[in-house]
Design a protein around this ligand. Structure first.
Ligand SMILES: *Cc1c(COP(=O)(O)O)cnc(C)c1O
Length: 389
């Protein structure tokens, strides 16, 4: 029998916590009501939804009416960016959008779509070799016509954590809405929206041991957004359509659980992460850490390797029972180098050799040691085989 592959791809998605699943089940069956209904079925659904909203607001340190349930992180990013941009253009003729070059596609492509179809102008912030955005670079690029600024909290490919409070204070001083994609940050980092000082914040439940198909957008009171969808008044008119109660309940419970053991779990995975980084850098010749050495996600290790094909490495690791990633959305066979690595100054074949190892609740020292034993040997073997054409 083949043993279960070890899962080192928690930045792609996480398994649903069994307790979260348990909480969701009644809302698929007995408690199936529509929260808009007046009768008791409706009331029970409405109560569950309100409870879920309040539970999330509690973690974010905000008001429940500032929480919008969405379909996923991508939708949260879209509602935030498009909503703020369209409103700003209508209200004050603002058409300048400032984003970092390491944003997830959900922000990057959305900004580009606003540019190509609606005439907005995108400006890319500079980043250092780790992918961090500096406050002074934001400061010098803000214009009176800036519609919205979007900088991610933590990067999915290279794990770098941006100094969100420092960026936010500069942007908010100018009265410009600031959106942060916090999808990767949610499990491990502080989500208090007042300490972060953001106007808009995106989360996705499946990245913090909740179900797929549900996200959250935090919208600070007084941050007007042009709605992308029209219909009923659900989710304050920003996300009309009958609410998905089981997913909202699951999302909220998963976030509470993540917050409850954030400190202990962060400390635990940080030690494992550092063991991975240190061992790989010492035992694999020609290896480089990508992303920030310290200001990075506690569960995230990412590398590039000289003279190694990243896709071959992933396939070889999979055969050995290790589920890892290249870090980018590139599928096997896609020859495009990662846009994020290019922004960090990593080009050509080196940018095609990336490996992302993202650990999580199910990862223990034993798994990490098995991985660290195999990886250097696999890389040596791949390097010794002449390039297959
Ligand atoms: C996964 C991810 C998203 C998209 O979230 P989905 O729920 O999969 O749509 C957005 N931003 C970042 C940083 C992510 O890692």
């Amino acid at each position: 029998m083949v043993r279960k592959p070890m899962y080192f791809d928690h930045s792609a998605t996480t398994p649903v916590d069994p307790e979260v699943l348990e909480k969701m089940i009644p809302y698929f069956s007995a408690d199936f009501g529509n929260p808009s209904s007046v009768h008791r079925y409706g009331q029970r659904a409405e109560a569950a939804l309100s409870h879920a909203r309040a539970e999330i607001a509690e973690v974010l340190g905000c008001q429940p009416q500032e929480i919008v349930f969405t379909a996923n992180g991508t939708e949260s990013d879209n509602i935030a960016l498009r909503g703020a941009a369209l409103y700003a253009r209508q209200a004050r003729g603002a058409t300048h959008i400032l984003i970092s070059p390491t944003e997830h596609e959900a922000v990057h492509k959305t900004a580009h779509d606003l540019q190509s179809t609606l005439g907005f102008e995108i400006e890319m912030l500079p980043v250092d070799r780790y992918g961090s955005v500096a406050p002074e670079d934001v400061q010098s690029r803000l214009r009176d016509t800036t519609a919205v600024v979007s900088v991610m909290y933590a990067n999915n490919e290279v794990g770098t954590v941006n100094p969100i409070p420092d960026l936010a204070s500069i942007i908010r001083e100018r009265g410009i809405p600031f959106h942060a994609d916090a999808v990767q940050a949610a499990t491990y980092l502080d989500l208090d929206v007042n300490r972060l000082s953001v106007d808009l914040l995106a989360l996705s439940a499946h990245k913090f041991y909740g179900p797929k198909g549900v996200g959250v957008l935090y919208v600070r009171g007084g941050t007007p957004l042009h709605p992308l969808l029209t219909g009923g008044n659900q989710e304050f008119g920003l996300r009309p359509g009958t609410e998905n109660i089981p997913l909202a309940v699951g999302c909220a419970h998963a976030l509470s659980l993540a917050r409850a053991d954030r400190q202990t779990e962060s400390a635990r995975v940080t030690a494992l992460r550092d063991r991975i980084i240190e061992t790989v850098l010492t035992r694999v010749p020609g290896s480089t850490l990508t992303g920030h050495p310290n200001e990075r996600l506690p569960n995230h290790a990412s590398f590039v390797f000289e003279a190694v094909d990243g896709n071959q490495l992933l396939a070889a690791l999979d055969l050995e029972g290790f589920a890892c990633s290249s870090g980018s959305a590139c599928k096997t066979g896609d020859p495009e180098p990662s846009r994020v690595l290019e922004a960090l100054g990593i080009h050509g074949s080196l940018a095609m050799s990336s490996l992302r190892v993202t650990i999580g609740r199910g990862t223990d020292t034993c798994h990490v040691d098995m991985f660290l034993d195999r990886l250097p040997k696999l890389i040596a073997r791949l390097r010794s085989v002449p390039e297959a054409v």
